[in-house]
Design a protein around this ligand. Structure first.
Ligand code: ZN
Ligand code: ZN
Length: 338
């Protein structure tokens, strides 16, 4: 099978032939139909974060495909099922996080495309318990971005506890942000989309954003204050300064939801104590979502409540696609179709 492999943090990926893996006990073998390119894959390939994957490895944690074989003991997935292989590739299932519905915080988790080979390949094996069924009515091309970008922003809106008529500022309107703004609107929020690219802001308007702010040409804090301030700010950008702007744009009682993960070299964000205390600000970190969250994301999409903006590429063009993301030459998600 063909696979895109990270051999070193300083070299481009190599597209090479590998043996199709065998599913072990409790695993499924999935023939990949579509796999989205997430910024996390680029950080993984570059070894940007404190906990690094070990080359050689296959990135990709937005894989969607058809179960072709099942390992021993797998009873709830069958050959022919369409499944998604998300970032949370395995969790222990027994710790207090796992049993309380916070499997995404499990200390023993394994991550697809990071600690276990991912979906930038024609086939992948996965823990059957963490492969999430994709319902009829959701195409593989749409399901792929929903598997990380969708579930991550859906969870961010959930943990923010957005109430109808609250103002929600979304900082960064790309693969994640175009979905975040739709979830914020679904729960009744008024959406302010913030980005530095006019094309992305046009897409945000097209998808229902109530206000847009180009942070390159105007001060986003002043622009959001002029609208009354944000009740919730969701930060999907990967620059600490943007987190600081988002924090400053909050009104009293506001919640800052941190989602984007800057490279380690970017340093920390400043959290000024006085305004945080006096304004009663909450700062919340949110990482991906659970299998149940992803099932809900798929359900909403199957009912026609969300729109995925994506363009398809060949897996052979993986390095060009990464360049396009880094140079902001794409408006939304890139999806590989092997
Ligand atoms: Zn991701
Ligand atoms: Zn656990």
């Amino acid at each position: 099978m063909k696979a895109a492999v990270v051999t070193s943090f300083t070299e481009p990926l190599t597209v090479e032939e590998r043996a199709v893996p065998d599913p072990g006990p409790g695993q499924v073998l999935v023939r990949i139909e579509a796999s989205g390119l997430c910024h996390t894959d680029i950080h993984a390939a570059h070894g940007d974060w404190p906990v690094k994957p070990t080359p050689p490895f296959v990135p990709g944690h937005e894989g969607v495909g058809i179960v072709e074989a099942v390992g021993d003991g797998v009873r709830h997935r069958a050959v022919g099922d369409r499944v998604a292989l998300p970032w949370l590739g395995h969790a222990c299932g027994h710790c207090d996080h796992c049993v309380s519905g916070w499997e995404t915080l499990c200390e023993e988790q394994q991550n697809t495309g990071y600690s276990i080979d991912g979906s930038f390949a024609e086939y992948a094996v996965a823990d059957a318990d963490y492969a999430v069924p994709v319902p009829d009515g959701v195409s593989p091309r749409d399901a792929a971005p929903l598997t990380c970008a969708g579930v991550t922003t859906y969870k961010a809106v959930k943990v923010a506890g957005v109430r109808p008529a609250e103002r929600v500022a979304i900082f960064g309107v790309g693969g994640l942000g175009h979905l975040a703004l739709q979830y914020a609107r679904l729960v009744g929020g008024t959406v302010i989309a913030v980005d530095v690219e006019d094309a992305k802001l046009e897409m945000a308007t097209d998808l229902g954003a109530d206000h847009v702010v180009n942070a390159r040409t105007e001060d986003p804090v002043a622009a959001i204050e002029a609208l009354g301030g944000a009740d919730v700010a969701v930060v999907l950008a990967v620059i600490p300064q943007v987190f600081e702007q988002a924090l400053a744009s909050l009104r009293r009682g506001g919640r800052l939801v941190c989602v984007g993960l800057p490279p380690e070299t970017e340093g920390p964000m400043a959290l000024p104590i006085f305004p945080t205390v006096l304004k009663g600000i909450s700062v919340i970190g949110s990482i991906v979502g659970t299998r149940q969250d992803l099932a809900e994301v798929f359900e909403l999409h199957a009912r026609g409540r969300t729109r995925v903006v994506a363009e398809t590429r060949r897996l052979d063009d993986v390095n060009a696609a990464i360049d396009d993301v880094l140079q902001a030459r794409t408006t939304a998600r890139i999806v590989f179709e092997p």
